[in-house]
Write a protein that binds this ligand. Structure first.
Ligand code: SF4
Length: 469
């Protein structure tokens, strides 16, 4: 598959409790979260304690239709959109996962990656567990049902969450409740909203707007929110709590109209653009952002510098998700199909080209080449995040050290030369924290190598063993 942006989010989750046609609302919720995963999606609903599921590979609009949505009856549902690595695809890994068990059936939808899933899988297999998927989400399910006892479901859930390490925003749905859980490091977002007399839970708040729900609050790190006919109840599974939200959610993944832990994503990006100008001014005629996620930062740079913002690159939104490009020549054409320079705007201009991040560098190199072919005189690249030098273990597909251009080539001047830019500057780590309201805690591990959790397994093991989700 051709990666136009080189970086992929892993998943999005959405749930509805106590509202008629919960599955239809979940469909709209997932549609708003489609940017978080396009490989597969699914919805499980509960009606009269009976579970119904539809899932498939593809976009939300491809998997669901009026007929199959009609089979998802009931006033509670959870859904999932998924991105997978090459080895982690397949229908078995499409969520929500469903489990039939003597202690009661349940469905599970997970966003994030566990860092100790290999160890836990071995532990569980040694005790007789059989795994159906390669997703580490299944590990959580097996931990929840490993003890057969008559205690309330919350107890095995709390025990299971205490055994897993890593990133998760997790929805577990039983016949009468939804449990919304967030990892104790606070790496992945999860918010609760109110809709009529019921509740909705979403990876991002942008989905609330679409269905007319009102934001209530975020699920806290280390918290399990139990949603049932009695309303919301809160239980902490851990006293250890940190607010290490993934900074890439702000920088790249989340939709600009989402608010994450009280910070609007567009405003954050605009602020990084302003700071980028303060840290790295450039003498230029126009500011151009790489569509779509860099546009807010480009507007910020333009406002701070007084250099006009121009639509120098256009993204074709109607290109299919996948198409085969065996040769370099066809790959080059692939970029033009997805992203084209506007010759009449860039010709003869000195450009400040703002992008949110550089991962492998291949896309940036091609964009610079295209802009030069369209007559750009100078190209000053400004990146609205620090240089990415470390892989992510928490569910974001930032590949390995070898594939990250800034890990492979520590000399930034050499990176500039390889990309073909006239100048190239990244945002500082300090400015990133400032843009997020001066918050002290924020995961910036892919820029600094300071991971907020212990790492139990190497990135090679993570990629080899399981799908990302
Ligand atoms: S390492 Fe980077 S991509 Fe991964 S969670 Fe931390 S900030 Fe996000």
């Amino acid at each position: 598959m051709y990666n136009d942006r080189e970086l992929h989010e892993e998943c999005g989750v959405f749930g509805v409790f106590g509202v008629d046609n919960a599955a239809s609302l979940t469909y709209y919720g997932l549609h708003s979260l489609q940017h978080r995963g396009q490989e597969g999606c699914g919805i499980v609903s509960v009606d009269n304690r009976r579970f119904h599921r539809v899932k498939g590979e593809g976009l939300v609009t491809e998997v669901f239709n009026e007929d199959n949505l009609r089979t998802l009856t009931g006033n509670m549902a959870i859904g999932h959109v998924r991105y997978s690595t090459a080895g982690g695809g397949g229908i078995d890994n499409v969520q929500p996962l469903m489990f039939m068990h003597s202690t009661g059936d349940f469905a599970l939808a997970h966003n994030g990656n566990l860092v100790n899933s290999i160890q836990l899988k071995t532990f569980l297999e040694d005790r007789g567990s059989l795994f159906h998927s390669t997703s580490d989400s299944e590990v959580i399910a097996h931990l929840i049902k490993k003890e057969v006892d008559n205690r309330d479901r919350i107890f095995p859930i709390l025990e299971a969450l205490n055994m897993v390490e890593g990133a998760f925003a997790l929805l577990i749905m039983t016949a009468s409740k939804i449990y919304a859980c967030r990892d104790k490091h606070g790496l992945r977002p999860l918010s609760i909203g109110r809709l009529n007399n019921g509740w909705v839970v979403s990876s991002e708040t942008c989905a609330f707007e679409v269905i007319g729900a009102e934001f209530v609050r975020d699920v806290e790190p280390g918290e399990v929110v139990i949603i049932d006919v009695n309303g919301l109840q809160s239980v902490d599974y851990s006293k250890f709590k940190h607010y290490n939200m993934c900074s890439m959610e702000y920088i790249y993944f989340a939709r600009p109209d989402s608010d994450i832990e009280g910070i609007n994503v567009h405003s954050f990006r605009k602020e990084t653009g302003r700071m980028l100008y303060e840290e790295a001014p450039a003498d230029a005629d126009i500011v151009v952002g790489v569509p779509d996620s860099s546009l807010s930062a480009a507007i910020g740079y333009s406002e701070a510098s007084g250099i006009p913002y121009e639509m120098g690159l256009i993204k074709n939104k109607y290109v299919g998700r996948t198409f085969i490009q065996p040769s370099q020549e066809l790959r080059e054409k692939g970029v033009r199909m997805k992203l084209s320079p506007v010759r009449s705007i860039v010709d003869g201009k000195r450009i400040v080209l703002v992008d949110d991040s550089i991962v492998r560098g291949t896309t940036m190199r091609r964009i610079i080449k295209m802009l030069r072919q369209s007559g750009a005189k100078e190209i000053h690249v400004r990146i609205a995040s620090p240089a990415m030098t470390h892989p992510c273990f928490y569910g974001v597909d930032t590949s390995t050290y070898d594939e990250l251009i800034c890990a492979r080539i520590p000399d930034k001047e050499e990176v500039r030369k390889q990309l073909g830019a006239d100048s190239l500057v990244w945002l500082s780590d300090e400015a990133l924290h400032k843009a997020a309201g001066n918050r002290k805690e924020l995961c910036v591990a892919c820029f600094t190598g300071r991971y907020p959790t212990a790492l139990y397994q190497s990135i090679h093991e993570v990629n080899k063993d399981k799908s990302k989700c």
